[in-house]
Ligand binder design. Structure first.
Ligand SMILES: [Zn+2]
Ligand SMILES: [Zn+2]
Length: 308
């Protein structure tokens, strides 16, 4: 098989486009599609202060690498990175080291924060307090809500106008399906490609890798020679997302294009739901934006008898 672009020996066949690529042209094609997403949905403004939420995993390494290239098209914009340490022993160590190394390579400043610093407790400590108090929520629920809060608080401190996250096509398809299965229509309608701006106090999030399948972010990182050492979070088996991931991979195997179709459907729903007005005020405890009186982060911390 030959590369459709340059005729060199192909190493990757894309089911979506029906084209084969050599490593170099494959990476270029990923970069072009990320650029196209950024331009089409106006993910960045010329004066943006962009903060990349980095984890050290393959997707965030790919994101940082491509955004560092794209940012050169936006000379008025600035770029930095942020990593949140949940404090799960052995889990984030590699990510912290790798993020530092990559940010140095790319010339991006990296800020580190932790659950401990922001909430007084690490994730395992919070999980064990929850168990003692008989709160039947999984670690992933705590982690998701607190991580979201941590990133927003720190991004604001850094003066960010956009937070870029490494969510890929697989993540987005999983989230869409999960919102549907939970009956969470509001979340489903908000899962669009555009920066969500209607929340005062919430730094808009953008997902430049939204249309890149996980297989391709993995391959991009591999061709770059990036370490793919991924430690699975010890709590991952508890999550519904993990079940949906397996189901979606099975269906995609038999019906290629399913993940893309789900994300496209979510895009159309979010375009229709753009006029949906959700009341957003401030949390009476912490002042962070929320559609309720007390935000979910404070509610969790209160249930646990932990104050931030
Ligand atoms: Zn080629
Ligand atoms: Zn709050």
């Amino acid at each position: 098989m030959q590369c459709v672009k340059c005729g060199a020996k192909a190493v990757y066949y894309s089911v979506y486009s029906g084209h084969s690529f050599c490593a170099k042209c494959f990476m270029k094609s990923v970069e072009q599609r990320v650029r196209a997403t950024i331009n089409r949905y106006k993910l960045f403004d010329p004066e943006d202060r962009i903060v990349i939420a980095i984890s050290g995993g393959k997707d965030s390494q790919v994101l940082a690498t491509i955004i560092a290239k794209v940012e050169k098209d936006f000379p008025g914009a600035t770029l930095s990175a942020l990593i949140v340490d949940e404090g799960v022993p052995g889990y984030r160590d590699f990510g912290l080291r790798r993020s530092k190394e990559l940010c140095d390579e790319l010339g991006i400043e990296l800020t580190t924060t932790s659950f401990k610093e922001l909430f007084g407790y690490s994730l395992p400590e919070i999980v064990s307090i929850a168990e003692q108090k008989g709160v039947s929520l999984g670690a992933c629920t705590f982690c998701g809500i607190l991580r979201r809060r941590a990133i927003n608080v720190k991004a604001k401190e850094l003066g960010a106008t956009k937070v870029a996250t490494g969510h890929n096509l697989d993540d987005e398809a999983q989230t869409a399906l999960m919102n549907l299965l939970r009956g969470d229509v509001v979340r489903l309608l908000r899962l669009g490609p555009k920066p969500v701006e209607e929340f005062p106090g919430f730094v808009p999030r953008v997902k430049p890798l939204r249309y890149i399948p996980e297989k391709e972010t993995t391959l991009y990182a591999y061709f770059k020679g990036y370490p793919l050492y991924e430690v699975e979070c010890p709590y991952v088996r508890e999550s519904m997302r993990d079940e949906i991931r397996s189901i979606l991979n099975e269906i995609e195997g038999r019906h290629p294009g399913t993940k893309y179709a789900i994300v496209r459907a979510a895009d159309r729903l979010s375009a229709m739901g753009a006029s949906l007005k959700v009341r957003v005020g401030s949390c009476k405890y912490c002042g962070e934006p929320t559609s309720r009186d007390v935000c979910r982060a404070c509610e969790l911390l209160e249930v646990l008898g932990v104050t931030s």
